[in-house]
Design a protein around this ligand. Sequence first.
Ligand code: IPD
Ligand code: CA
Ligand code: CA
Length: 260
Amino acid sequence: MGDEQQCRTACKAARAAGAILQEWAHKFTVREKGPANLVTEADFAAQNVIVEMIRSEFPDHGFLAEEGLDEAPERPYRWIIDPLDGTSNYVHRFPYYGVSIGLEYRHQIVLGVIFDPNRDELFVAERGRGARLNDQPIRPSHVTSLCQAFVVASLPSAISSDHPSVRRLLQVLPHAQSLQRTGSAALNLAYVACGRMDAFWSSSLKPWDVAAGSLIVTEAGGNITRMSGAPFDPMLPDLLASNGSALHQELQDLLTADLA
Ligand code: IPD
Ligand code: CA
Ligand code: CA
C-alpha cells in the first residue's frame, strides 16, 4: 500500500515542480538531446526540486528520473520521475504538459501522481485506494466502440513515414471517431483515467512517461496491457490503455494486425 507520507510528499513535490515549470516558461532556452528530443533548464530545475524534496523525507529510496538520474535501483522503494512530460509542447507554449511522479515497491507501482500546472489539476492514485483528480474520485468513460471513441497515440519524436508506429496509426485512423497525437503521455494516461480520452497507445515510451499514469488508469477502473494484450510492464515500451470496455480488444486487434 502507498503510505500517506509518501503520497503527501509526492503531491507537494509535483506542485513545486509545476510552479518551477511555469516560472521558467518565460525565460528557458532549448537544447536537442537527440533529433527533435528537446530539453530546457526547466526540465532540470523541476527534477532537482522533486528529487531534493523526496530525498530529504526518504533518504534510503532509489531514483530513476529522466534527466540523467539512476540511483540505487536495487532499493525496495524507487521513485520514477518525469519532471516535464511534454517538453515539445512546453517549448512551443502549447499548454498540455505535466509533472509525473511514480513510486514502485519491489517492482510494483504503488503510487502515481501527475500534476498539470496549466489547469491546476492533480491526479493521484494509491494502489488499492482508487484514483482521484483534485481529491474527487475519477472513472474512465463508457464508450464501447471505436467509431464513437476519442483515441490518442504517442509516436517517437523523429521517425520515418513507414515506421511501424505510423503504420499502426493508419490502421486505426479509418475506424476511430477522433484520433489525436497530443505530446504528453502522462497527461494522456490521466485523461483516459478520468474519461476525457477513451484510449491511448504507444510503442516508444520510457518508464518515467508511464509509471504514475499506468496506476492512475487501473485504479480509476481502466485497463492497461501491452498492445498484444499481454500484461503491461512499465519498463517496456509497449502500452495500450483504455476505459476497460470492448474498445480495448477492438484496438488490440487493429494494432497487432499484420502490417506488411
Ligand atoms: C514525451 C511525451 C510524448 C511522447 C514522447 C515522450 P518528454 O516525453 O510523453 O507524448 O510521444 O515519446 O518522449 O520528452 O516530453 O518528457
Ligand atoms: Ca516524458
Ligand atoms: Ca521529460
